[in-house]
Design a protein around this ligand. Structure first.
Ligand code: 9PG
Length: 537
């Protein structure tokens, strides 16, 4: 196989010119004719949780089940498109490990593969694109450079080390128990302490989604809690989902006009969670923007210097907005308002559309959530949903987004050192830890009281170590004294056979029924409560 040179590709677009490492193309629609049929396609997921991976071109990744989860984890415009496709950029691999890449240098753009052609289009009009061929890492490095020039970079060089309440306690957090955890971490900087720089309170503190005041489990108020955190020498961190609104909230009752509607005047669905349908704030509505700014100022006023903003995709869903503005541009407008109101606080975006968040946040979650299990037959074969929280789903998408590192702090989600309440093997835990070292983003939810002495000391060493990281192959890294190849761990699972697929369709249909979702939610909560009763904090 001879090398593919860019001049062997037929490009149809308005115009094209040479740039360092590739070709710059202008056009609202671009078509590249490929010399051979590709073996693999690089799916680029829309937001943090969406699958981003190299997948064999003969392996369909649809349908993703259940249907009511599709909006939460993928771009609803393309979630059922049977072609290999993805947001803003796409790439194909030809025989001989040759990569051909096409990526937008702007927003509201999509790429798909049809036979031996790559097709790209903008939802709004003419756009610039970058075309590269050859070595994947080099091409993505140049793409990042070009994006940085246009969208900007995060402001913080090194991400802080974070203790996050979610992956042990989930929504079952309360003031006293968090103070106990804080106490057990020890004061920042002491010899035996765990050197987390941020103590981040996740989902569970608020009255509701859209009612961002402390609930009855936080009787002293969020400002007192921030004071306690700061007394230990740490920054206080808080989770919010400011672009989401649920029907039980006061924003929904009082300001229905702030919500995103479609062409027919119906509310746009942002998915389903917490036992309720989700709706989105219209970030072009001036009153909604004022509300967002004052919400951020309130959180800052309470004393929080680290803010994790979640479910941000809601701001970029298709719809008819107060101001006639393209969807990702509208999201960016909202994020700019948020950024300005947050001042110097660290901003971590999550569930966030990837390119539209660049330049406006410090950290970006680049994968779906990790979980206490590595993978499951249910998620891989029955639901075919690679955005469901799990160790392997998180590792796979994180790996394929490492090229974003020059642009933003890349958050691979938390690591585990505990063996209590977890179903990961030592090897699986260590793959996630290695990935966090590569990302230089270290976070954990381990409860100090659940750690053995040796687990606690391993966690301390992890937090304080800064091993040298070197890429040694397409999927391999040297991390300090050991080498790790992620390749075998991030491959896509095989396709289900016909019978399994039918079973999956039935389970997917059941999981789509709101009452059943509520029941599952309730059962999950009960077993969490039971677990916490048997595992004192
Ligand atoms: C809080 C969490 C954590 C986490 C976020 C985000 O509906 N779902 O299945 C679902 C799964 C994960 C999820 C949200 C919803 O995670 O990534 O870190 O902050 O929200 O609710």
């Amino acid at each position: 196989m001879t090398d593919i040179f860019l001049d062997q590709l037929t490009i149809s677009a308005e115009k094209s010119s040479k740039t360092k490492g590739g070709i710059l193309i202008t056009g609202s629609h671009v078509t590249i004719n490929l010399p051979h049929a590709p073996l693999r396609y690089l799916y680029s997921g829309w937001q943090s949780w969406s699958l981003t991976a190299w997948v064999n071109t003969n392996r369909p990744i649809r349908p993703m089940r259940p249907q009511n989860q599709q909006t939460r984890v993928a771009d609803p415009l393309y979630v059922n498109d049977p072609r290999p496709n993805g947001s803003w950029y796409g790439a194909v691999e030809l025989p001989g490990d040759q990569v051909i890449f096409l990526g937008a240098l702007g927003l509201e753009a999509h790429v798909a593969m049809e036979g031996k052609t790559l097709k790209a289009w903008s939802e709004t009009g003419s756009l610039e694109w970058f075309l590269g061929a050859g070595n994947e890492a080099k091409i993505l490095g140049r793409y990042a450079e070009l994006l940085g020039e246009r969208l900007g970079h995060g402001r913080v060089k090194v991400s802080p080390r974070v203790w996050c309440s979610w992956y042990s306690l989930y929504t079952e957090i309360h003031e006293q128990q968090l103070l106990k955890v804080l106490d057990d971490l020890g004061p920042f900087g002491c010899a035996q302490s765990l050197s987390f720089e941020v103590f981040q309170v996740d989902d569970g503190w608020q009255i509701g989604i859209g009612d961002w005041e402390p609930n009855a489990k936080f009787p002293s108020g969020m400002n007192r809690l921030a004071d306690h955190i700061k007394e230990t020498g740490r920054k206080a961190g808080l989770w919010l989902a400011p672009l989401l609104v649920v029907p039980s909230s006061s924003v929904y009752h009082e300001h229905l006009d702030w919500l995103l509607h479609d062409e027919n005047g119906k509310l746009v669905s942002a998915g389903f969670n917490w036992g309720e349908p989700l709706y989105a704030l219209d970030t072009t509505h001036p009153a909604a923007l004022d509300w967002l700014a004052s919400l951020m100022e309130k959180v800052r006023g309470w004393g929080y210097d680290y803010v994790k903003l979640d479910f941000l995709y809601a701001g970029a869903l298709p719809g008819k907005r107060y101001a006639d503005m393209a969807r990702e541009t509208a999201y960016r407008k909202g994020l700019k308002t948020i950024r300005a109101a947050l001042g110097e606080a660290y901003l971590l975006t999550c569930g966030a559309p990837v390119l539209p968040s660049l330049g406006l946040c410090d950290g970006l979650r680049i994968s779906t959530d990790v979980a206490g299990n590595w993978s499951s037959r249910r998620d891989d074969l029955l639901l075919m949903n690679f955005s469901i929280p799990s160790g392997r789903n998180a590792l796979r998408t994180t790996f394929n987004r490492l090229w974003l590192q020059p642009l933003v702090n890349t958050d691979p989600d938390v690591v585990f050192f505990r063996s209590r309440q977890i179903n990961l093997t030592p090897e699986q835990k260590s793959l996630l830890q290695d990935m966090a070292q590569i990302c230089i983003f270290k976070a954990s939810s381990d409860i100090p009281a659940w750690l053995t002495d040796s687990e606690r000391s391993a966690l301390r060493d992890f937090l304080e170590s800064t091993p040298e990281v070197r890429k040694t192959g397409r999927t391999a890294y040297q991390i300090g004294d050991h080498e790790v190849d992620f390749g075998p761990h991030i491959d896509m699972p095989p396709l289900p056979d016909k019978f399994t697929n039918l079973q999956g369709a039935a389970i997917g249909a059941l999981a789509n029924i709101p009452v059943l979702m509520k029941v599952f939610d309730k059962l999950g909560k009960n077993s969490l409560k039971k677990m916490l009763k048997h595992n004192p904090i």
